[in-house]
Design a protein around this ligand. Structure first.
Ligand SMILES: [Zn+2]
Length: 457
């Protein structure tokens, strides 16, 4: 690996940039990303880019800034560095330092978005700056994209860009580098770097139940609320069937293989449709790890929003609950509905309706690409002896939309984390903070990877 690309002063200014970005409150809802977008636009102009700001709503725009390769060097389709600037809400009462303070405690920068994902916005922009100043003859255009509205479903952000302005994304980008991957995970003395190559699908459903409406001062014969309660209980308790797809198998085996042949063989038992669910609690003691492994091995369905009567003295005639369903790769909304019918029917008979509000299937990307190999090679170089594992996440990111343009999308947000940090809990959690040393390491790592990948003819 080349010598460090950044001076200590430059890395310090990246930290300050991130602190300033955290101080701009972009809680979604409502979002109000415009100030953060214009803050990023100013920096783009400083490093010589001409940012374009576009969106469906003035207060909630997106930013796109292209660094074009010269036509004689350009041999590949564009590479996008994508981030979202909105964040989930934070309750200051529960935090040690204000979620919008950008507080520096000497080892971490604190604030909502420090990890998810203003840290990567900073990392990507500083890498862009270095690409420009290093004058590498680039084999393709690089496009920095900062979107709004990821946390509430991507409608005004990447979905809007993909549907309304694909031209700004280079039309048919070849690659997207995005969040949820590239950070270190410590396990039994080994270091792993999951690089995200797949995301589960989404099936948002609604279960509706009709009963006999009436005045609630009278005993009720057929209260829909009661039946809804029974159905919710059944759905929440249900353990839906196992669907261990290729992405999940590769991910689980990738963690098991370095621990030896026996560990690998035992981990494979998890893929068995009947043994897997029984063995999981025996093989994985840590509850949060167990939950994340289980999530990638089957469809899930969680009842969330309730709809019904708004009046305490009225038995509603119709009540419903929305169900956040997530699909294992290869599964469809219809498959999940079939599984849920098997759970609900024994409780309610046929007196209910299950409908789809929105759905999209899982996305999965190739590990057999020059970019994936370059990410892998770079990680092995900057952290010799580490293990790079292609991963699947139960949630979704903007990559789901970029995939529609034919892009190979990867979660590669390099961060070197202390072994005792519960990193997963920081995503959307209280006291979100990013370790400064690991963040600086990430800026160097991303930049080194990009310079090498883009400099190849
Ligand atoms: Zn995010």
């Amino acid at each position: 690996m080349a010598a460090p690309y950044f001076t200590a002063a430059e890395l310090r200014s990246a930290s300050e940039f991130l602190q300033d970005l955290i101080r701009i409150d972009t809680t979604n809802p409502p979002g109000n990303e415009v100030e953060a977008i214009s803050f990023l636009a100013d920096y783009c102009r400083e490093i010589g880019l001409e940012p374009v700001i576009a969106g469906a709503q003035e207060e909630r725009p997106n930013l796109v800034a292209k660094f074009a390769a010269s036509s004689e060097n350009r041999t590949g389709r564009p590479l996008i560095l994508s981030c979202h600037v909105d964040t989930v809400p934070a309750d200051p009462e529960r935090w040690t330092h204000s979620p919008w303070s950008g507080h520096d405690d000497g080892s971490c920068l604190w604030g909502r978005g420090a990890v998810d994902m203003k840290g990567f916005a900073t990392m990507a922009l500083f890498a862009m700056g270095k690409l420009i100043s290093s004058e590498v003859p680039m084999n393709r255009d690089v496009i920095f994209v900062a979107v709004s509205d990821e946390e509430a479903g991507t409608r005004l952000g990447s979905k809007w860009l993909v549907e309304e302005r694909p031209d700004l994304l280079g039309g048919n980008p070849e690659y997207v580098i995005n969040e949820v991957g590239g950070f270190s995970v410590h396990q039994k003395g080994r270091r792993f770097y999951p690089v995200q190559v797949a995301e589960k699908g989404v099936a948002w459903l609604r279960l509706t139940i009709k009963g006999e409406p009436g005045h609630s001062s009278l005993p009720s014969r057929d209260n829909a609320v009661r039946r809804l309660g029974r159905a919710i209980d059944a759905i929440a308790k249900a353990r839906l069937p196992w669907h261990p797809g290729e992405d999940a198998r590769r991910f689980i085996s990738g963690f098991a293989a370095p621990q030896g042949r026996l560990a690998l063989e035992v981990s494979r038992l998890l893929f068995h449709p009947f043994l897997g669910p029984k063995l999981l609690p025996l093989l994985i003691a840590d509850p949060s790890r167990r939950t994340s492994i289980e999530a990638i091995l089957r469809n899930t369905a969680n009842p969330t929003c309730l709809h019904g009567s708004s009046s305490i003295n009225m038995i509603p005639g119709t009540v419903s609950v929305d169900i956040d369903g997530r699909l294992a790769p290869g599964q469809t909304a219809a498959d999940l509905m079939r599984e849920l019918h098997a759970v609900i029917y024994p409780v309610l008979g046929n007196r209910y309706e299950l409908s789809v509000l929105q759905s999209s299937e899982a996305v999965s990307f190739s590990t057999d690409t020059p970019l994936y190999r370059e990410m892998e090679r770079t990680l092995h170089e900057v952290d010799p002896g580490c293990h790079v594992v292609p991963s699947i996440i139960p949630g979704f990111t903007d990559s789901r939309n970029y995939a529609r343009l034919g892009a190979q999308c990867y979660g590669f947000y390099p961060l070197q984390l202390p072994p005792d940090l519960d990193f997963a809990s920081l995503f959307h959690g209280d006291n979100e903070r990013i370790p400064i040393a690991g963040f600086h390491w990430g800026i160097e790592t991303l930049t080194a990877m990009l310079i090498r990948f883009l400099g190849k003819s």
